[in-house]
Design a protein around this ligand. Structure first.
Ligand code: CA
Length: 225
């Protein structure tokens, strides 16, 4: 899951990003409304945490422009005020929920979970495809009671594959989602993790395989359950 944090108070933005990363979200952080809008418009995020009072472009304007561009990514507004007028304006402009600062991390995570769930993500702890299951809590891949642990990057790649089985996922998409929109990661890094995952699938004796569409990307194939 990939989140965008748009918050100009650097200490708060970094704290938010830290909490979210510890809970296995990939996070991009930007510090003003213009960058917030540019990043959000890429459409690669599963949820956007958007401050209202922002330099260059305020959060409500960013939100209106996103919705005007038909971007339906869930937006959680962050507001310093208990000002009900701001909240109403926010919800009227297309926000999905809001959180009043200061907030505790438990509440933040609960709101993010609820907003990302609404998009039809799998609510259970597992993704399954063919004869394998990918556990979101333990980061493990399993088949018939046998388990292998995945590293964070392996898990993130496998999650994208298994959430979109048989769909070709371009290499660039993995890089955007996992390494970040402006990352300079070499493409062959993806290949390295794919080869690790293939070894683990083989170790499990799974019929599921990661196929390569040469020069384009990867997709998951196997006996469908
Ligand atoms: Ca602010």
């Amino acid at each position: 899951m990939k989140l965008l944090v748009v918050e100009d108070e650097v200490a708060l933005a970094d704290a938010l990003s830290e909490i979210l990363k510890r809970n296995r979200y990939s996070v991009d952080t930007v510090y003003d409304g213009e960058d917030g809008l540019d990043y959000a418009l890429t459409g690669i995020y599963d949820c956007i945490l958007l401050d209202i009072m922002l330099p260059k472009k305020d959060g409500i304007t960013v939100l209106r422009e996103l919705r005007a561009a038909h971007l339906s990514t869930p937006v959680l507004l962050l507001t310093a005020k208990s000002d009900t007028e701001d909240k109403i304006k926010g919800l009227d402009s297309g926000a999905d929920d809001y959180l009043t600062k200061p907030f505790v991390s438990g509440e933040l995570l609960a709101r993010v979970r609820s907003l990302t769930r609404r998009r039809g993500e799998v609510v259970t702890d597992e993704f399954t495809f063919g004869d394998i299951a990918l556990n979101k809590s333990t980061f493990s891949l399993s088949r018939e009671g046998q388990f292998v642990k995945l590293s964070l990057k392996e898990y993130q790649i496998m999650e994208m594959l298994i959430a979109n089985p048989r769909q070709l996922i371009p290499k660039e998409r993995f890089i955007e989602k996992i390494w970040g929109y402006e990352s300079d990661v070499e493409y062959n890094n993806v290949e390295v993790y794919i080869s690790f995952l293939r070894k683990k699938l083989t170790a499990l004796g799974s019929a599921v395989t990661i196929k390569t569409a040469r020069g384009i990307g990867y997709f998951l194939e196997g006996d469908a359950s």
